[in-house]
Ligand binder design. Structure first.
Ligand code: NAD
Length: 251
């Protein structure tokens, strides 16, 4: 994808050891950004770094649990020590959790999903924004989901709540920091061909005919949108939710 972006900027992508995060890391690297690949899984993270190196890009793996305040604080300090700035952040790491309806959802599952998917986005933005305010520049993309817009019959109450919460956080940060040169947007993806989706489908099947396009998206299709939202082509887009769902929520 050819879009105009200032070269040699620094991009941090969470959950970049797999799926959408890996595709996003590769897409940012293709624009000339230096990429920080963040994940819990060093194997997946280092594979992403290798794939970026193979196409001539620049990337480094930094292990962090994005649901931990102390780990994210240290992560951002490390990024600033190494690169001196942070321009783009794609807060994307997430889990599906257990499949169980609202009345059967365990407290443990609720807490884990909310901590991993929602609290993590607040923690990441907390430290990313502090640096971006100092620079008077920064662009953040948060990965929500179509389940940030509608409910699900698939037994994912905590997941749906976490993804709705991300949209509220995104809008709030966008309003709070608009005058500080920071834009914040969310992406609401429908089904995407990743290990996450394979796990989900193995636990609870899904009827693709509900989607007008009747197919899942490839991770690259979501990554392209994340890069576009951070590009020089979108200076007036902030506080928005970009829906990439094969037409599901148009019904
Ligand atoms: P994935 O499972 O392929 O990748 C997620 C990555 O996040 C993994 O590498 C995992 O190790 C990492 N991760 C999980 N918890 C972490 C933590 N606490 N700290 C750091 N890293 C952590 O999943 P994916 O499909 O690429 O999903 C990425 C995001 O997209 C998630 O937020 C998911 O909710 C969202 N999403 C996915 C789909 C889909 O159908 N795949 C649809 C809509 C939204």
């Amino acid at each position: 994808m050819k879009i105009s972006m200032t070269n040699k900027r620094v991009a941090l992508i969470t959950g970049a050891g797999s799926g959408i995060g890996r595709a996003s890391a590769i897409a940012f690297a293709k624009t000339g950004s230096k990429v920080i690949v963040v994940d819990l899984d060093p194997l997946g993270g280092n594979k992403t770094v290798q794939e970026i190196a193979a196409i001539g890009g620049e990337a480094i793996f930094m292990k962090a649990d994005v649901s931990s305040v102390s780990q994210v604080e240290k992560l951002i300090q490390k990024v600033i020590r190494r690169y001196g700035r942070l321009d783009y952040a794609h807060n994307n790491a997430g889990i599906e959790g257990e499949i169980s309806k609202t009345a059967d959802c365990s407290e443990e599952n609720w807490d884990k999903v909310i901590r991993t998917n929602l609290k993590s986005v607040w923690i990441c933005m907390k430290y990313e924004i502090r640096q971006m305010v100092c620079q008077k520049f920064g662009i953040i993309v948060n990965t929500s989901s179509v389940y940030g817009l509608v409910g699900s019959e698939r037994g994912m109450p905590a997941y749906v709540a976490s993804k709705h919460g991300i949209i509220g956080l995104t809008k709030t940060a966008a309003i709070e920091y608009a005058k500080s040169g920071i834009r914040v947007n969310a992406i609401c993806a429908g089904p995407v061909n990743t290990p996450f989706r394979k796990r989900l489908v193995s636990k609870s099947n899904e009827d693709l005919t509900r989607y007008p396009l009747e197919r899942v998206a490839e991770p690259q299709e979501i990554a392209n949108a994340a890069v576009w939202l951070c590009s020089d082509e979108t200076p007036y887009i902030t506080g928005s939710t970009l829906v990439i769902d094969g037409g599901l929520t148009a019904r």
